[in-house]
Design a protein around this ligand. Structure first.
Ligand code: MLT
Length: 324
């Protein structure tokens, strides 16, 4: 008897126990690596729960004969082919805001790490070193924090940067100048080139779409100050990594903090040896609090759809199908 709910990535256990009280659940944390195996299991399933590694495309969904809902345990939707799900009447639910605070906090952590050279100084001190002059950094106070994408995460990051005494510069073609996010962060809305030229830190908070792929390329890095740092905790493919490496090697910018990569897990790269680059393995949402909120929200919404009730965070239907 196939499970009603198939989970193809690693998720927290507490909320799975809740699902288990009502449904049969198969938790296969490594299954995202084997699309053919998912395809073989999918015909019997009513719900599929994924993070960002399972490619839920038209080919996979061709096997989804009974699927009612896809639960995306996270914010980004770039791994879900929404039109294919919609065409089959499958509701897609996500967790648009549940991990935003954690991502914003890691962005601030990376910014401090870069400004004060914390990873390199830590490695030096662990090795018994005490050469203090090697680690003269910069203050954040009074510096310009340039946020590209003033959505939920960009807003929360900018708010925290403001609390550190930074000036907020923002670029976002989809936000009105009188939006709450602009007022609350007291952001100065700028064209992209002006933002790149004036920022001491540029933080990317854009979703991955066909328009944003390789948005940050060599040319755009060259428009930044040579003393400026670049942060990406959004999606790796928004950055042309070869362009970033070249900009770092030519000292067009001072350093970078990357939680996401063009390819995940990444192939060996010149970035790995650079002491002015902080790399983390896509952990921005990985806090106990965020994961608990994410799993609570996704499990509640998946349960709602399977029980014929309206979910809270659905992304592909104005009104999801409700069983009569
Ligand atoms: C997200 O999109 O919410 C984050 O990248 C975290 C994740 O997918 O695991």
């Amino acid at each position: 008897m196939p499970a009603e709910i198939l989970i193809t990535e690693n998720v927290g256990a507490r909320w799975i126990d809740e699902l288990n009280k009502k449904f049969t659940v198969a938790l296969e944390p490594e299954l995202w690596k084997s699309p053919d195996k998912i395809k073989a299991l999918l015909p019997g399933c009513r719900a599929l729960i994924v993070r960002n590694q399972t490619r839920v495309n038209a080919d996979l969904l061709s096997a989804a004969t009974k699927l009612e809902v896809i639960g995306r345990a996270g914010a980004g939707l770039d791994n879900i082919e929404l039109p294919a799900a919609t065409a089959k009447g499958i509701v897609v639910v996500s967790t648009p805001d549940q991990n935003s605070i954690s991502v914003a906090e890691l962005a601030i952590g990376m910014m401090l790490g870069l400004a004060r050279k914390i990873p390199a100084a830590n490695q030096h001190a662990h090795g018994g070193g005490w050469e203090r002059q090697r680690f003269v950094g910069t203050e954040l106070y009074g510096k310009n924090f340039g946020v590209v994408g003033l959505g939920r995460i960009g807003f929360l990051t900018a708010l925290r940067a403001r609390a550190l005494g930074m000036n907020i510069l923002a670029h976002d073609n989809y936000i009105s100048p009188d939006a709450v996010a602009v007022a609350e962060t007291r952001a100065e809305m700028l064209g992209l080139d002006e933002l790149l030229a004036q920022s001491d830190f540029v933080s990317c908070h854009m979703p991955l779409t066909p328009e944003t792929k390789h948005f940050f390329n060599y040319d755009r890095f060259c428009r930044m100050k040579p003393s400026a740092f670049f942060l990406n905790l959004a999606r790796g493919e928004v950055v042309d990594e070869n362009g970033l490496i070249r900009a770092l090697q030519e000292k067009k910018i001072a350093g970078a903090g990357l939680d996401v990569r063009e390819q995940e897990p990444p192939a060996p790269s010149a970035l790995a040896g650079m002491d002015n680059v902080i790399l983390t393995p896509h952990i921005a949402a990985f806090t106990r609090e965020a994961q608990d909120r994410v799993m609570a929200a996704v499990c509640q919404d998946v349960t709602a759809v399977l029980e014929g009730r309206a979910p809270k965070n659905f992304v592909n239907f104005q009104k999801p199908k409700i069983k009569l």
